[in-house]
Design a binder for this molecule. Structure first.
Ligand code: IMP
Ligand code: MG
Length: 176
């Protein structure tokens, strides 16, 4: 695609990383049940691939908790879609596409712990540590990246590019 400046992670690189994360999670949660909580909409492809690499008794659901407009986080978090099941006593593993400021997940973790989850951990495919505004413990982190806006594999720019099988950097001309 002409608007893509460069491919950051190919389909193969992503799948390799997802396999590794799945194996690690399988080992760490051995003998336990895990509740995968995907954050809409960006985490959908990652969630679908990851769950099939986790060899455990699992259940999953989705929440929509934030709005992200253009290329900057607004720092404002709302629950747009909640889960319908109780999480009391469950081992929650939040599945996120990318962590930027960390505001979204820091807020969400607090809500989930107030609902009595037995444990709450985070798995994210990507992270931009330079941009962090809050301290957020991330147990599983696929790729650490620079402060660049990425698209593809669930991630969008104004709702475009989510369906790409790879992760790329958008050409600056697209922001205008
Ligand atoms: P945070 O609360 O600032 O950590 O926001 C994280 C959310 O912002 C992610 O779940 C994405 O939906 C979105 N986001 C952050 N960086 C990017 C990016 O580079 N491309 C696409 N979406 C992003
Ligand atoms: Mg997201």
């Amino acid at each position: 695609m002409a608007e893509i400046k460069r491919v950051l992670f190919s389909e193969e690189e992503i799948q390799k990383k997802v396999n590794e994360l799945g194996e690690e999670i399988t080992k760490d949660y051995k003998g336990k049940k895990v509740f995968l909580l995907g954050i809409l909409k960006g985490a959908v492809p990652f969630m679908a691939d990851l769950m099939r690499k986790i060899d455990l008794d699992l259940e999953y659901d989705f929440m929509d908790v934030s709005s992200y407009e253009g290329t900057a986080s607004r720092g404002e978090v709302r629950i747009l879609k909640d889960i319908s099941t109780s999480i009391d006593g469950k081992n929650i593993l939040i599945v996120e596409d990318i962590i930027d400021t960390g505001v979204t997940l820091s807020y969400l973790s607090k809500i989930l712990s107030s609902r009595g989850a037995a444990s709450i951990e985070i798995v994210t495919l990507l992270s931009k540590p330079e941009r962090r505004k809050v301290d957020l413990p991330v147990k599983y982190n696929g790729f650490v990246i620079e402060d660049e806006f990425v698209i593809g594999y669930g991630m969008d720019f104004n709702e475009k590019y989510r369906g790409l099988p790879y992760i790329g950097i958008l050409d600056e001309s697209q922001y205008k």
